[in-house]
Design a protein around this ligand. Structure first.
Ligand code: E4P
Length: 217
């Protein structure tokens, strides 16, 4: 499973990239707002840090303008993945932009039928939003399961990018189902390493080592 980090915070991206834990980045207009940065500048900086796909989202809702914005974003760097909303105009733009050789991430997916359409439109990634479904008492993981089955039934190459991940259990469940990618907030990526028995075991080993009086030269 690939890990993308879901943030436009350059410092966090740099830290996680140095750890060798991330394969790409996803941003959206809300994350750009949170960063307080200019979209072009911050996206360029992110693309210089991370070699894998960096999703940058168009804000147009109409086809021609989506294409124009997508082409502007794609010029920022060669690893840009153009993020488009799951609407009819977005799907049409997806077909055009992938046809022109761009990577496209179709976002705001909340149903298996929407994911089927995105795959038919040639999307590189489909982003089903787990947490926002959970917020409505609908099990977001059922959506990942349904999309996995549909894509496998027909051999679609579109990668399932589990999004709106809020917990470490979301990551585990999405991995068990076979999502190709999880886009995860920085704090949740760091939380994946935590286990009290790891801390306790390490503490014991260090205490015992101290008693040996040895050093590893
Ligand atoms: C995905 O690409 C989105 O940026 C993100 O996962 C949305 O997460 P949220 O529902 O926590 O805002």
């Amino acid at each position: 499973m690939k890990f993308f980090v879901d943030t436009a915070d350059v410092a966090e991206i740099r830290t996680l990239n140095e750890l060798g834990l991330i394969d790409g980045v996803t941003t959206n207009p809300s994350l750009i707002l949170k960063s307080g940065r200019n979209i072009t500048e911050v996206t360029k900086e992110i693309c210089d840090i991370v070699k894998g796909p960096v999703s940058a989202e168009v804000t147009a809702v109409e086809y021609e303008q989506m294409i124009r914005e997508g082409e502007v974003l794609a010029k920022i760097a060669s690893n840009i993945c153009i993020k488009l909303p799951l609407t009819l105009d977005g799907l049409r733009a997806c077909r055009t932009l992938t046809g022109d050789g761009h990577k496209v991430n179709v976002t705001l997916c909340f149903s298996a039928n929407q994911a089927l359409l995105a795959a038919k439109a040639g999307a590189t990634f489909i982003s089903p939003f787990i947490g926002r479904l959970d917020d409505m008492s609908i099990d977001g993981m059922d959506l990942i399961r349904e999309i996995r089955q549909i894509y496998d039934n027909y051999g679609f190459q579109t990668e399932i990018l589990a999004a709106s991940i809020r917990t470490v259990n979301h990551v585990r469940e999405a991995a068990l189902i076979g999502a190709d990618v999880a886009t995860v907030p920085p704090a949740t990526i760091k939380a994946l390493v935590k286990h009290p028995l790891t801390d306790k075991g390490l503490e014991q080993f260090l205490a015992d080592w101290e008693k040996t009086g040895q050093t590893i030269a």
